[in-house]
Write a protein that binds this ligand. Structure first.
Ligand code: ATP
Length: 481
């Protein structure tokens, strides 16, 4: 895949809208910035990715169970987690355009330009200085770095900057009808805290022994400042997080284990390893003793899709302190009470969705036998997560063909998502199914009436063959795996 291919990224965004995957939220009111809705095929694809993650975590691991915690939590949760004091990004405003930037994004965008101009050495220097200044929270130094390198606002074209300031990313709202400070609560900015506060409830009721994990999928909300990369950075999004509780001192080995395990999950989508890389954090969050991003080669560059963090005992210890309730585990193997350490894997469902689309989207051109050119846009989505698995297409709307097609639908729709279509020529219907990422189409024609066979057409190769109707669902299931 070509990195930094804005045209391709725009084409994917248009395709996602045209084919019912993703719409801008409240579009008829001109949309709400960085908030999106999933359409018929998008919600299906999203559900399938969510399920793939959930099954890989809970069904495939005896020692991981799931929960579904509320979005609203006691406000002290966010004091204890550090989000009230620390969940902020250094921002800078351009005085002429009034446009606000996240400092790291402004510098990274400049670095991208420099790379295009062949200034690799200077980029390395710039980014390492930026990381050091971010790590030490040196805001004056960051402003100086921006000014010294003459980094300009893309709107005004000037380098007339305000001071660098922190900006908290949490949304707040009021609980109940009384609007005073005591009733102010937050929309959770991550799902992890719902897991931490339930640590003992889950450990006891599911009778878990360390090491064990708790998985959760749910909405999270962040008032992102720079949010203009489609569903890459949203203000309302979904996270799939798993906290794995371990004996203190063993966190490094579990950290390595989960790095490997998560890469295996990504590989199960059939995406080549060369599209992924690890990026170790230089600046560690206040709770972490090691952290790495799994990055993917998006058309907008190498970007984070998942984080793996060794969170120490920070969260449980802090909740114990703020709540005054013991959050300890008694380890019968070593006869000791302790607060477990935690390895977290945290992936954005929407980002995984975008990754899947970016990898799947292909524009293909070829010459037909008569020498003329043909083309198609195809989503080569892995069959296991494709929104529609099987399209059932009677060649004609008459002569008993739709009736046979409907019988096939009835036999298969319990097994996987099937889609019936009788409008348009068969060629047009195939193209539409390619655009939706449907891996298998079957066509019912006159021969079907004679020998109870149908033509199956494979999305990726466009090859066709005849197969019997008997055992069709089983056949498709085998192909899917
Ligand atoms: P970034 O550096 O991109 O802001 P982050 O390091 O703050 O991300 P985490 O807090 O580690 O992200 O969240 C874990 C995962 O949640 C990320 O890897 C990403 O997939 C997803 N995520 C975070 N913020 C957003 C967002 N605004 N929109 C969509 N997904 C997000």
């Amino acid at each position: 895949m070509v990195i930094n291919d804005q045209n391709k990224f725009q084409a994917i965004i248009s395709h996602a809208k045209e084919y019912g995957f993703v719409f801008q939220s409240s579009e008829i009111y001109d949309g709400l910035s960085a908030v999106y809705d999933y359409g018929p095929w998008g919600s299906e694809l999203k559900k399938n990715i969510r399920e793939a993650w959930w099954n890989a975590m809970t069904r495939m691991h005896d020692n991981i169970v799931g929960i579904d915690a509320a979005i609203f939590m006691h406000p002290t949760t966010w004091k204890a987690s550090g989000h009230v004091d620390n969940f902020s990004d250094p921002m800078i405003d351009n005085k002429d355009s009034k446009k606000r930037y996240r400092v790291d994004h402004l510098l990274e965008a400049a670095a991208d330009e420099w790379i295009k101009a062949g200034k690799e050495k200077e980029v390395e220097q710039l980014l390492s200085e930026m990381e050091a200044l971010l790590a030490s929270n040196d805001f004056a130094g960051l402003k100086q770095l921006i000014e010294q390198n003459n980094i300009k606002c893309s709107v005004s074209g000037t380098n007339n900057w305000t001071d660098v300031r922190q900006f908290n990313l949490m949304f707040s709202t009021q609980l109940g009808s009384v609007s005073d400070e005591a009733s102010e609560i937050y929309l959770r900015p991550e799902t992890a805290q719902g897991i931490f506060v339930n640590f003992l409830n889950v450990q006891k009721t599911a009778r878990m022994k360390i090491p064990f994990g708790i998985a959760q999928v749910g909405k999270a909300f962040r008032n992102e400042i720079v949010a203009r990369q489609f569903i890459f950075r949203m203000r309302e999004f979904e996270q799939m997080e798993m906290q794995f509780f371990v004996r203190p001192g063993t966190q490094q080995e579990w950290y390595a284990y989960w790095k490997e395990e998560r890469m295996k999950w990504h590989a199960s989508f059939g995406i080549p390893a060369s599209s992924y890389r690890f990026h170790d954090h230089v600046k560690l969050a206040h709770y972490a003793d090691a952290a790495v991003d799994i990055e993917f080669a998006f058309p907008i560059g190498w970007k984070e899709v998942e984080g793996i963090h060794s969170r120490t005992d920070f969260d449980l210890k802090s909740h114990q302190q703020f709540s005054g309730k013991k959050l300890q585990y008694f380890d019968t193997e070593i006869n000791q009470h302790y607060i477990p350490y935690v390895i977290e894997t945290s992936i954005g469902l929407d980002r995984m969705f975008l990754l899947t689309l970016c990898h799947a989207y292909q524009e293909e051109k070829w010459n037909k036998e008569d020498g003329s050119e043909d083309s198609r846009v195809v989503l080569k989505i892995p069959a296991k997560v494709a929104p529609i698995k099987l399209a059932v297409l009677p060649l004609l709307k008459k002569e008993g063909l739709p009736e046979i097609a409907k019988e096939i639908m009835a036999a298969c729709r319990n097994e996987f998502y099937c889609f019936y279509e009788e409008k348009d020529t068969i060629g047009k219907r195939y193209r539409r199914m390619d655009a939706l990422g449907t891996p298998f189409c079957i066509t019912i024609d006159h021969q079907t009436k004679e020998d109870q066979t149908v033509t199956i057409r494979y999305r990726d190769t466009m090859q066709q063959e005849r197969i019997p109707i008997a055992g069709l669902a089983q056949f498709i299931k085998q192909k899917m795996n």
